[in-house]
Design a protein around this ligand. Sequence first.
Ligand SMILES: Nc1ncnc2c1ncn2[C@@H]1O[C@H](COP(=O)(O)OP(=O)(O)OP(=O)(O)O)[C@@H](O)[C@H]1O
Length: 386
Amino acid sequence: MIRFDSVTKRYPDGTTAVDGLSFEVGEGELVTLVGPSGCGKTTTMMMVNRLIDPTHGRISVDGADIAGVDPVQLRRRMGYVIQQTGLFPHRTVLDNTATVPVLTGWKKAKARERAAELLDLVGLDPGVYGSRYPEQLSGGQRQRVGVARALAADPPVLLMDEPFGAVDPVVRDRLQKEFLRLQATMHKTVLLVTHDIEEAIRLGDRIAVYGTGRIEQYDTPASVLGAPATPYVAEFVGTDRALKQLSVTTIDRADLERPPFARLDEPAAEAMTRMRTEGARWAVVLDEEGELHGWVGTEELVGAAGTVAGHARRMEAWVPVTGTLKDAFSEMLKHDAGWIAVLDGHRFLGVLTPTTLHEALRRTIGGRGERGVRRERAEVDSVPTQ
Ligand SMILES: Nc1ncnc2c1ncn2[C@@H]1O[C@H](COP(=O)(O)OP(=O)(O)OP(=O)(O)O)[C@@H](O)[C@H]1O
């Protein structure tokens, strides 16, 4: 979709901002460009919409060399979001958002209708915010308008330069989450510049880690963290890369343990005898469909009448199987639990324990550590608390 072939940019004063850059961004891919200040990220991005032209090399979009494309036409296919948002101060939020459709010849009413839809999409009620001016918005709201405006003409490409840079960490976290949710439905081809490795990891399908004027590593977040290509990249991603890895490693079904279980409709006395025979102090409670109902300890079942259903406790600590190891770990901490359940929809798949989490993490760091010996039963010494 976007391809750089040996691209060099030398400014008139002799500064080489990027030097022999070659990489490719696939259609629908979100690529983050990350690196320290002055390493050439913004220059790279501005060459894509021809705000800057390269000194040498070729950049193509959809196979066509952009040197031969009229910059105005080119920019209509590319939404552009910058940190300062670049909103027009004397235009309302609605008119700011409608800018590009109006420029491309849409009727004003239709463009405003589209703008209202987009404001809604980025979480701003057009009825409340549409008639305001940029200075009447918070920083986070302005950033949202910036994103809405960039999306207004539905361009296939989005160029984003520190789009969430000017807001506090809490707002940034929310904007990043919302943007990921949008991207999951939009599938735009996105180039996003950031100097924040956490943001690059969280948002990027792939990350380009810049040294000075060149890319040191171009790979998935998991590979950049798990196997940094150079000592520079290792230092840039930080000594806590193992922790960062948690947020990009998804749960592997093979890591799950199968703890003892009791059926919901099983007589309580029967379940207790069976659990005691197995040496279990607790069991997960499943219904006949294999869905998780909760958990029960042997103490609750001593002398208990009726079925297990009447004695099961709610399970608070669980994660979907689509979650990351970080999700699993933080749920475990939140509920002070020795293990957490992993569900596929409502279906119970197994549990993760600190031991299995640790094994999974070790395996992802530099490929060290083999999958641990599977145990039949979870080794746990505490259960989720309410
Ligand atoms: N117009 C210009 N003339 C001369 N040098 C420039 C010009 N614009 C940028 N540079 C230089 O080119 C290099 C790369 O700048 P660029 O803005 O691309 O870096 P960056 O990685 O985006 O930095 P930051 O994170 O600070 O925005 C820097 O050394 C910068 O000083």
